[in-house]
Design a protein around this ligand. Structure first.
Ligand SMILES: *Cc1c(COP(=O)(O)O)cnc(C)c1O
Length: 461
């Protein structure tokens, strides 16, 4: 094909009679532009026949209609993987989202009067009951909760924070910078490894707006360390009449110590100890949708609620539906059985081993070299750093591991594992039983004979 053989947009789009006119023109133009570019960069022997252009245009049209944001299988061994969407929702939360997504919803109506209500009333009530706090408010995520709390309560004032908690959470969310952005002044106290309550006390002035604690959730300082306790901070806050804000991060509503996960702060503990305001994520250990939740003193929540930023940070009906359904599982004692992150933490290593053996067997039938190995999974998502959960993984060996991993990412249901040295590990702790079939079918059958054909089979998968 030469430049002169390229059809006009009009002619090619007329061939795509099954598409609507606008789409046909759009993809015809794209296909022709692509072909022209190809001719420019690779002049010479004919590469594209006329008929191929229509095929290519149809493929472009199909791709335009397909969501890039898709369901995926998380076999990384990191249970709350931020890049893979952190917590997955319980079936009742999924149903709640579905119920309000395609129709109107009782988002801001008062069922008694028919007048306007608040979208937050029900959720606040559930958080009051579950945490013992006076009031609660939901925003877009925990970063938003931090910004709102500081902007509403400490604007123009000093915020006292330990040097051991000057954290970066990820995605450029650096607490010292957030404090500045919210109009407060950061007053650092103590050192990276040791901060005592006396350090906070010395830093207090009449301009102090908040005593802040931030759970160091994505790193761990070990060795010669010391931090003021929750009780000491609360006592100092009461003595000095300065609000104490506690960013506890992952929002554990249940006790994880039976699973060896010992230093995860629990919401109820901060509340009952007397923290004035406690905030956390909805999609980490709580196991709900992306959200940030502030619980605490009624008067402080009221100030946050009426801050102009609130409108910009408020959650939508899908989030509130999922969150309400998730909280009802805690309320009705079904959390450990139905909330995926809790079930995955609870899952027995031996059971994961048995499932791995079955999956490995199926992969061997497809021609892969697959075995089972003992591994460690981690909670991830900025929760419980360094705390490992014994687990098992299917270990797949192949000539070209990056090509295999890439093929799995491009499968109909993408599969994400991790490459360690000479094998690809698929940890099944975060993979549910009903996902196993899709995981196996992400592997294209291999001829499993000569190495050469094996490599090609993988690359085509
Ligand atoms: C994860 C985390 C955040 C950020 O929460 P997002 O919901 O991701 O915005 C803030 N603070 C702490 C301590 C965290 O662990």
């Amino acid at each position: 094909m030469t430049f002169r053989d390229l059809p006009s947009v009009e002619r090619l789009s007329a061939e795509l009679a099954e598409l609507n006119h606008e789409l046909a023109v759009l993809v015809a133009r794209q296909a022709i532009d692509e072909a022209r570019e190809k001719l420019r960069t690779h002049p010479g022997p004919p590469s594209t026949k006329g008929g191929d252009l229509a095929t290519r245009a149809r493929a472009l049209a199909a791709a335009l209609g397909r969501n890039q944001l898709r369901r995926a299988i998380n076999a990384t061994g990191v249970l709350l993987h931020t890049n893979l969407g952190r917590a997955t929702l319980a079936p009742s939360a999924v149903a709640a989202v579905e119920a309000v997504a395609g129709g109107h919803a009782t988002l801001e109506v008062d069922e008694e009067t028919g007048g306007r209500g608040s979208r937050q009333t029900v959720i606040a009530q559930l958080f009051r009951e579950l945490t013992g706090a006076e009031d609660a408010i939901v925003v877009n995520n925990n970063a938003a909760a931090t910004v709102l709390a500081l902007a509403a309560l400490a604007n123009g004032k000093d915020v006292v924070l330990s040097r051991g908690e000057l954290v970066e959470i990820g995605g450029h969310f650096r607490l010292p910078e957030v404090i500045v952005q919210s109009g407060a002044r950061l007053v650092e106290v103590g050192t990276t490894n040791r901060t005592r309550i006396a350090d906070y006390e010395k830093a207090l002035t009449e301009n102090t707006g908040m005593l802040l604690r931030c759970h160091p959730s994505n790193f761990r300082v070990v060795g010669f360390t010391e931090a003021a306790t929750l009780e000491e901070l609360v006592a100092l806050s009461k003595r000095s009449v300065i609000p104490f804000g506690d960013d506890i991060g992952s929002g554990a509503l249940v006790d994880f110590t039976p699973f060896g996960l010992t230093d995860e702060p629990q919401v109820q503990k901060s509340v009952s100890a007397g923290a004035d305001l406690v905030w956390f994520s909805g999609d980490k250990l709580l196991g709900g949708p992306q959200a940030g939740i502030l619980v605490g003193r009624k008067d402080l929540i009221a100030i946050c609620k009426s801050h102009p930023l609130m409108r910009a940070l408020r959650p939508d009906k899908l989030t509130l539906a999922a969150l309400e359904a998730t909280l009802r599982l805690y309320k009705t004692g079904r959390a450990w059985d139905e909330i995926p992150i809790l079930r995955r933490i609870k899952r027995e290593s031996g059971q994961i081993d048995r499932r791995c053996r079955l999956v490995a067997g199926k992969l061997r039938k497809l021609g892969y070299e697959a075995t089972v190995e003992a591994t460690f999974a981690q909670v991830g998502g900025g929760s419980l750093p360094g705390r490992m959960l014994p687990s098992h993984a299917v270990a797949v060996r192949a000539e070209n591991l990056p090509a295999l991993a890439r093929a799995l990412r491009h499968a109909q249901t993408p599969v994400y594992g991790r490459i360690e040295r000479d094998r690809l590990l698929l940890d099944l702790r975060a993979v549910d039983k009903d996902e196993e079939a899709a995981l196996v079918s992400a592997f294209a059958p291999l001829p499993a004979t000569k190495e050469r054909s094996r490599e090609e089979g993988v690359a085509e998968a």
